[in-house]
Design a protein around this ligand. Structure first.
Ligand SMILES: *[C@@H]1O[C@H](CO)[C@@H](O)[C@H](O)[C@H]1NC(C)=O
Ligand SMILES: *[C@@H]1O[C@H](CO)[C@@H](O)[C@H](O)[C@H]1NC(C)=O
Ligand SMILES: *[C@@H]1O[C@H](CO)[C@@H](O)[C@H](O)[C@H]1NC(C)=O
Ligand SMILES: *[C@@H]1O[C@H](CO)[C@@H](O)[C@H](O)[C@H]1NC(C)=O
Ligand SMILES: *[C@@H]1O[C@H](CO)[C@@H](O)[C@H](O)[C@H]1NC(C)=O
Ligand SMILES: *[C@@H]1O[C@H](CO)[C@@H](O)[C@H](O)[C@H]1NC(C)=O
Length: 213
């Protein structure tokens, strides 16, 4: 295992017991963009080892590391080529995910062992996928608003209150959800209706002119 020198070094294990400063943050990133995850700010000359622990959903954890005294990096057992050092780890041990895919949801922890103590920064990364929004009239006085394959699920609301049924269809394969709302305005003289879709990636509003019954 390429990482064994991290745990087998007795000296490092003694230092591990000094103290620990741990920070956790939640970060949302848009699919197909670049995510940059930085390590805790530390005095660089005090750094012994930097380790990134990456835990993706339904996968065993993987590690990559940089050892400063020997200026040695190891990709460890992280095989995803889209997860790399952001620059040269001897300058800055930040991690980048580029481009972010829906499978990159998970926890990323930068663990720095220094002669001053131990510093952790854990990121809970949530990948966002904007839904495809459509609004169509299916029959007289009936409209269907659909927010397809978004992550997380979108919320749909209407301006003119109708007789509405909203359903969610998850795609179990990739974590996206399709939300569909069907409304009827039977017997009412509603001509223009609009559907508003709210989502973490941005809100959208569509208008449709219903043909008269
Ligand atoms: C990430 O950490 C959170 C909080 O500790 C936990 O609830 C979640 O299950 C973890 N996610 C993964 C993919 O392990
Ligand atoms: C990576 O190695 C660790 C132990 O060093 C192991 O627990 C984990 O399952 C491995 N992960 C993968 C993706 O092989
Ligand atoms: C560390 O190694 C890289 C190449 O692997 C080299 O470019 C860099 O100059 C080295 N840094 C130090 C501080 O020795
Ligand atoms: C998720 O799966 C659905 C259905 O297979 C597909 O239409 C959609 O493009 C996928 N989304 C991503 C981001 O992979
Ligand atoms: C509906 O919208 C159209 C333009 O899209 C507008 O000309 C018309 O006056 C609107 N009707 C009502 C009842 O608001
Ligand atoms: C989107 O809509 C929701 C509720 O409808 C609102 O809380 C949120 O601030 C809106 N977001 C943006 C970016 O306008």
């Amino acid at each position: 295992m390429p990482c064994t020198w991290i745990t087998s070094d007795l000296q490092l294990r003694l230092i591990l017991t000094l103290f620990l400063v741990a920070v956790e943050t939640s970060q949302s990133v848009l699919v197909d963009t670049k995510a940059l995850l930085t390590c805790p700010p530390v005095r660089w000359p005090s750094v012994l080892v930097v380790t990134w622990e990456i835990v993706l959903r339904d996968k065993p954890p993987c590690f990559r590391a940089y050892r400063r005294d020997t200026n040695q990096t190891t990709r460890g057992n992280c095989t995803d080529k889209r997860i790399t050092w952001a620059s040269r780890p001897d300058k800055n041990p930040a991690l980048q995910v580029d481009p972010v895919a829906i499978t990159h949801d998970g926890n990323y922890t930068c663990q720095i062992v220094t002669s001053d103590g131990n510093f952790h920064h854990e990121y809970h990364l949530q990948v966002l996928v904007p839904p495809d929004v459509t609004l169509i009239q299916t029959e007289k006085g009936t409209a269907v608003c659909k927010a397809a394959a978004g992550k997380p699920a979108a919320q749909i609301s209407w301006t003119s209150e109708g007789d509405c049924v909203t359903e969610q269809k998850p795609y179990w394969g990739n974590g996206t959800v399709t939300v569909q709302s069907t409304c009827r305005w039977g017997g009412r003289h509603v001509l223009n209706v609009s559907c508003s879709v709210s989502h973490l990636t941005g809100n959208k509003s569509l208008l449709i002119q219903l043909s008269q019954g």
